[in-house]
Structures are given as structure tokens and as C-alpha cells.
Ligand binder design. Sequence first.
Ligand code: C5P
Length: 236
Amino acid sequence: MEKKEQLYEGKAKKVFATDDPNLVIVSYKDDATAFNGLKKGTISGKGVINNKMTNYMFGLLEKAGVPTHLVKELNDRETLVKKVSIVPLEVIVRNVAAGSFSKKLGIEEGTKLLCPTLEFSYKNDDLGDPFINDYYALALGLATKEEIDLISKYAFKVNEFMLDFFKKLNIDLIDFKIEFGKTSDGTIILADEISPDTCRFWDSTTHEKLDKDRFRRDMGGVEDAYAEIMKRLMGE
Ligand code: C5P
């Protein structure tokens, strides 16, 4: 597989063309941003961890019935994936109140929710990824009703699988964000990443934060938190 020109550079990843029009190579960077790019920094080794963790989780989720863009891990930072057009929705599932949910609703962080929630943000950096509902997504043509239903079904399935999976590693899955893409034949598949950048992970015993909140909130121990997740997940 030949790596060709760069197609896109995002905040945490670059995407390169290949000699196959249906496949691209994603390359994970150590760059970290928060608050829609206002806070910038580096988390040393993050690209390697996020690449390996995403591929590991996507492999398990495929087996659990959620189709993903994963084709093959090429090296520590690069993975061959199916080319998709990203559905411009950030799909967020929450099990425990934290972050923007706690702030917006005045609910103490750590409060267990009675059932998981699902929300959408419109992926648009200029607007700061505003919160929208299904009707907005439909009215703006971001996805069809069928696609929204399928995305919602997959999101809850990912949550169900990951809650159970991380619990066995003594980690509480507080919330997470995922993104979906559409292949050239219109199939909706899980894309982007699943990592400490995009999930809130708290140690089940100590409630210590093992995710990007340590970077967002200047808590220190960022690299150690990412390494701890990786160790529990893959023994590395
Ligand atoms: O900030 P908020 O509480 O809305 O974040 C919910 C979840 O979505 C967190 O796990 C966070 O890491 C993730 N997220 C993300 N990318 C964003 C916004 C939120 O990965 N742009």
C-alpha cells in the first residue's frame, strides 16, 4: 500500500491518500487541543497510544456488531482505514454527569445518571460544535432519519460494550464522543477514534481521572494517565 499526498490535517491526526481510492492512511499526532483549539499543547506518546487503543477497541466492537473503518494497523502511529465522508455530528453518550453536562445543568460531577444519555453536536469549529437535536440534524441535511436511527443504535451498543469492558479493568466509563462516516456505497460505519482524548475514564476505586481532563484542567500527570489506560487495556 503506497502512502500518497496528505488530504487533511486535523487537531490530532493527519490523513493521507493511498493508491486505492477507497482507503486512506490516518496518522496520529502528539498534539493536544482543548476548548475548540484555544488551549494547545503536546502529550508525549499520545499518538501511539491513541492509534493502538482505537484499533484494539474497533477490533472488539466489530466483533460485537458495530462496523468500523479499521482495515489494518501499519505501525505505531499509522493505520489503514476505509475512506469515508464524516457525518458532521459529534455523538456523545454519558453514563455519569461530568464536563459540559454538569456545567449546563448544575449537576455535580460524578452523579450517576438514571440511564445513559445520547446527544449530538454539529461538528463545526467556527461555531464551537453547538449542541443540536435530531430535528436540527434532519433540517440541516446532516443525516437522514434512517442514518440518525442507526447512529443512535450503534452509539448505545458501543456504550453497552465499553461499560462492561472497562469495568473489568476497574475503570468507570463516564462518557465518550464518537463519530461516524459514510463509505462510497453509503454504509454508515464507526470512524475517528476511541481514546483518552475522546472518553472520560475514572479509576473505579480511587475515582482518579485517567483521560484528557488532566490536560484540559491542568491537573498534571497527563502522560502517566494515558500510559495507565494503555497498561490496563493491552498490558503495555
Ligand atoms: O465536554 P463534554 O462534557 O461535552 O464532553 C463529553 C465527552 O465527549 C468527553 O468524553 C469528551 O472527552 C468528549 N469530547 C470530545 N471532543 C469534543 C467534545 C467532547 O472527544 N470536541
